[in-house]
Design a protein around this ligand. Structure first.
Ligand SMILES: *[C@@H]1O[C@H](CO)[C@@H](O)[C@H](O)[C@H]1NC(C)=O
Ligand SMILES: *[C@@H]1O[C@H](CO)[C@@H](O)[C@H](O)[C@H]1NC(C)=O
Ligand SMILES: *[C@@H]1O[C@H](CO)[C@@H](O)[C@H](O)[C@H]1NC(C)=O
Ligand SMILES: *[C@@H]1O[C@H](CO)[C@@H](O)[C@H](O)[C@H]1NC(C)=O
Ligand SMILES: CC(=O)N[C@H]1CO[C@H](CO)[C@@H](O)[C@@H]1O
Length: 435
């Protein structure tokens, strides 16, 4: 009996040792597991409820199990409540081999493109999210912002994003947390490419730069191609980057059926530079990007209906053909990359993009904004962003009115994002009204 139990205990101990998930780290322009294998993100955006999808362990378990069947190794969550208990959800995803890429901001703390600023309340809010989630080994990385810059004239907000990265990295160091990668998730604004990516990474002082860059890209629709989609330009513009880059959203839905054919490029010809992608998104809602649903849409006015009528919990049912299509595409794509031990990074830090009036209005040699600083147009103070003399308080007004999407994309990237934001904000308003 004793013998059996000790066998059982050692078997359990062995099991948990085997099951313990390795952490994700950055070396050069690639991600690696702490076991030394290159890590390619195969992710799905996951935000069932506006406030926090990581507190209902039963739900997380159901979703993680289905995600696992198609080879998902990551989820992306946009908003959480740092006061919630996330232990059981994080365990459910860890048990399925799934990592979390998490946005640090909430609706109250996010950095804004209009009148950009970065202050102590925002840093405190970001720190609380870091404090809660740093304890989980399957926390892969944090974003300091999602699509802060959404228009071609938004460059003056970039120094505030970079200041946020600086301060949250200093906080990470002061608390002796592991070196959890800190990045930014950009809207795909052709006119800001590749300046935004290079600006956030440039300067050579790693205390002030992001650890990875990622892009929300919707320019590959249907059976587009590497050239037609503009992915070739994305690739060309990132070969010199000395930090990892991946797509933090992809999965254009304007051409049906969705075939996810961009995945073959991302995990194929681009895999020497890019570190994978995250498919937008898990749950079916008004924007129609869902891979699964929890049941048919109901009348939002009916008793106890979810605010927008889309069920937000229950047994996930794959949506056809999106889910099976993604499954069959992912099945064929498993780049192994290189081992950390065999990889010697050669890229040196990218140069900071030059100030270009009407395009990239950030002084490359200016100091980053200090904590508490606000952008004022026309000032040449050490904001890292000098205005061009417009009297408008929020910027120079010299950029073009609308961003042009990349080849093959029409205006998809912007229009989708605006719809997405509208849906989320609409959801919030509805939830508030509902409570
Ligand atoms: C920081 O900015 C937010 C708006 O984004 C504001 O509500 C808050 O009061 C500011 N905090 C400080 C300390 O200035
Ligand atoms: C690097 O940046 C940090 C944070 O801004 C700063 O404290 C430090 O002095 C910088 N190091 C150098 C060598 O400039
Ligand atoms: C980005 O790639 C395009 C296409 O190859 C090229 O014309 C452009 O010069 C690149 N920009 C930078 C800054 O590398
Ligand atoms: C950018 O252009 C939009 C119009 O497209 C305008 O509303 C906004 O104020 C401008 N922002 C800046 C910083 O100039
Ligand atoms: C790659 C892939 O599986 N494509 C399929 C996506 O869905 C359509 C419609 O069911 C099929 O015709 C494709 O073969």
């Amino acid at each position: 009996m004793v013998h059996t139990r000790s066998l059982l205990l050692s078997a359990l101990a062995g099991l948990s040792a085997v099951n313990a998930i390795s952490t994700i780290e950055v070396k050069g322009s690639k991600f690696f597991t702490s076991d030394g294998d290159q890590f390619y993100v195969k992710g799905i955006a996951y935000q069932l409820t506006p406030e926090d999808p990581l507190i209902d362990a039963t739900q997380c378990g159901l979703d993680a199990a289905l995600m696992k069947t198609i080879g998902t190794n990551s989820i992306r969550v946009y908003h959480v409540d740092p006061d919630g208990d996330h232990t059981d959800c994080m365990k459910a995803f860890e048990d399925a081999g799934i990592y979390l890429w998490l946005d640090l901001d909430t609706f109250n703390s996010q950095i804004e493109q209009i009148s950009p600023h970065w202050n102590q309340s925002q840093l405190t809010a970001f720190s609380k999210v870091m404090d809660e989630f740093q304890q989980f080994d399957n926390l892969a990385g944090f974003f300091v912002g999602n699509e802060v810059l959404t228009t071609s004239n938004g460059s003056v907000a970039a120094p505030y994003v970079k200041a946020a990265a600086r301060d949250i990295k200093a906080y990470r160091t002061s608390k002796k947390y592991r070196e959890i990668p800190i990045g930014y998730s950009a809207a795909d604004i052709a006119q800001l490419r590749p300046m935004l990516q290079n600006y956030l990474a440039c300067g050579g002082n790693s205390s002030e730069t992001i650890d990875f860059f990622s892009l929300n890209a919707y320019s590959w629709c249907g059976d587009s191609t590497y050239e037609q989609s503009g992915y070739n330009v994305l690739e060309q513009n990132s070969t010199e980057l000395h930090i990892p880059i991946f797509m933090s959203e992809t999965g254009c839905n304007t051409v049906r059926p969705r075939t996810f054919s961009d995945q073959s490029a991302i995990y194929g010809e681009m895999a020497d530079v890019w570190s994978g992608s995250i498919i937008y998104e898990w749950i079916e809602e008004a924007n129609d990007y869902g891979l699964i649903s929890y049941g048919a849409k109901v009348d939002p006015a009916s008793p106890s209906a979810p605010p927008d009528g889309y069920p937000r919990s229950g047994t996930p049912t794959p949506i056809s053909p999106d889910f099976p299509n993604l499954s069959s595409v992912w099945k064929t794509l498993s780049p192994s990359g290189v081992k950390a031990s065999a990889y010697n990074p050669t890229n040196s830090p990218v140069a900071c993009p030059a100030f270009t009036s009407g395009a990239w209005e950030v002084n490359p040699t200016a100091a980053l904004p200090t904590l508490g600083q606000e952008y004022t147009s026309g000032s040449s103070q050490a904001t890292g962003a000098s205005g061009s003399g417009s009297s408008s308080q929020t910027g120079s007004g010299s950029g073009s009115a609308s961003a042009t999407a990349s080849p093959g994309a029409a205006a998809e990237s912007l229009s989708k994002e605006l719809k997405g934001v509208g849906a989320v904000v609409g959801g919030i308003v509805a939830v508030l009204a509902w409570l």
